[in-house]
Design a protein around this ligand. Structure first.
Ligand code: FMN
Length: 141
């Protein structure tokens, strides 16, 4: 039997612009994501603030693609930009169906987001942010 670690994992990162953002909305998104992603073997993290979503999805390629297709049509955000997509063998957030992370101080200022920095992140910069986040998560658990 192959174990989890030998399976191929697709990673996808996108940024978007929240529409109608508030605490209730983010709670609802994370609750539904938690249920669906558990069923679909997807894990990941969603960085959020009133001016940004930056999401990292990881899991079986077809499941990640299907979930991203659904997310793309969601009216609670717009201006989606796919920043990074790759196939690997390792997960960064293997115990999180979908972590919710408010923007932290080392991330992006309102001014930077307004000037378009987020949607112009390179694949490497976007991945590096989630790698740092996952290291911080490990450290504090
Ligand atoms: C920023 C954002 C992130 C989301 N992330 C996920 C996710 O990780 N998994 C998921 O199933 N749905 C996610 N959704 C919700 C989907 O767009 C969609 O509403 C949901 O999957 C529909 O679930 P249902 O088919 O069970 O009704 C997200 C929506 C937004 C706006």
């Amino acid at each position: 039997m192959r174990n989890q670690n030998e399976k191929k994992v697709k990673h996808l990162i996108y940024s978007s612009n929240p529409v109608g953002f508030n605490d209730e909305v983010i709670k609802e998104i994370l609750a539904v994501s938690g249920d669906n992603n558990t069923k679909n073997d997807i894990t990941g993290a969603l960085i959020y603030r009133q001016d940004l979503y930056l999401q990292f999805l990881e899991g079986p390629e077809d499941e990640v693609n299907k979930t991203y297709e659904k997310i793309m049509t969601d009216k609670r955000h717009n201006d989606l930009h796919k920043l990074s997509e790759s196939i690997g063998s390792r997960r960064l957030f293997s115990t999180w169906a979908m972590r919710g992370d408010p923007v932290e101080t080392w991330m992006w200022s309102y001014e930077e987001v307004k000037s378009g920095l987020l949607k112009n992140l390179s694949a490497q910069e976007a991945s590096a942010a989630f790698e740092k986040l996952s290291r911080d998560v490990d450290q504090f658990n």
